[in-house]
Design a protein around this ligand. Structure first.
Ligand SMILES: [Zn+2]
Length: 287
């Protein structure tokens, strides 16, 4: 039987126009709030989940920095690794098959950057692409006048609102020597922290507004000092790659903070203090 609709009066129309959007917004809000509540509950479960023995063995074998951590931080790290493993998607590229060894080795190091801090677990990152070897990427750079389009050898990269890309041979090469301050995972995930506020400028989101002034003063001063040392070919605690731009400076400083804390604290006490305040960790104490 054909359904006959009562003609809609002007008043009914207005009510329809008002109530339908309100209902839609209400439904959307319920959906998003529900999703957040479910995600929070799931994270709570994951943070308290026992750490599998196989994962512990991988961390002990592949991440010497893990062995330095005090037990209380290890416990905390295990929970963060669980969240990372559950929420991030790993994809093998160039024929690489993703194994638990690859996932755990990367997750353990990335999660170290989240210890002791209020965190949303790298919220903009969904996928980690892993290549077997150092890979060649098409590089485009522009100074506003000339665009250089060429090939660039990459150990890893971090995209804002996009993936982190890592070369597995750089990951294993970087972690095996804990004192060389070269660690591509710490480096790329430091970029993720820096990019969380929408700008890769070497200033991640700090807890207090009042902290930005000291951060800018100390990091600018140290960045310029590294640039000067680099120009004069003088040795530095930090890799000269840190003098490329402020974003690279923060990423390289993070590697050095975790892998060469003693040297950094001795030679660059102010920089060490800024990073200690930000990461809420004191790696010198782990030595
Ligand atoms: Zn970088």
């Amino acid at each position: 039987m054909p359904h006959r609709q009562r003609p809609t009066t002007g008043k009914n129309k207005r009510m329809y126009i008002v109530t339908v959007p309100i209902a839609a917004v209400g439904l959307l809000l319920t959906f998003f709030i529900g999703k957040r509540i479910r995600r929070r509950a799931k994270r709570k479960r994951l943070l308290a989940a026992p750490f599998p023995d196989e994962w512990r063995q991988i961390a002990e074998k592949n991440v010497p920095l893990y062995g330095r951590l005090p037990d209380s931080l290890k416990e905390q790290l295990h929970g963060l690794v669980h969240v990372f493993m559950a929420e991030k998607n790993f994809e093998g590229c160039g024929g690489l098959e993703i194994t638990d060894e690859i996932r755990v080795t990367i997750a353990v190091q990335a999660s170290m950057l989240l210890l002791n801090r209020r965190t949303n677990h790298f919220p903009k990152l969904h996928t980690i692409l892993v290549y077997p070897h150092t890979y060649v990427a098409r590089a485009v750079s522009s100074d506003g006048v000339v665009t250089i389009d060429g090939q660039s050898i990459r150990l890893g990269e971090s995209w804002q609102n996009g993936p982190v890309v890592l070369a597995w041979d750089s990951v294993t090469g970087g972690t095996s020597n804990v004192t060389d301050a070269r660690n591509v995972v710490l480096h790329e995930f430091a970029h993720q922290l820096d990019q969380e506020d929408g700008v890769a400028d070497g200033a991640p989101t700090l807890e207090r507004r009042s902290s930005y002034a000291a951060w800018a003063r100390v990091l600018s001063k140290e960045y310029e000092a590294l640039q000067r040392k680099n120009r004069k070919h003088r040795r530095a605690v930090m890799s000269k790659y840190g003098s490329t731009n402020p974003a690279e400076f923060f990423a390289v400083a993070t590697e050095t903070f975790f892998e060469k804390p003693k040297q950094m604290k001795r030679k660059h006490p102010e920089l060490y203090d800024e990073l200690r305040n930000y990461f809420k960790l004191d790696p010198v104490e782990w030595l």
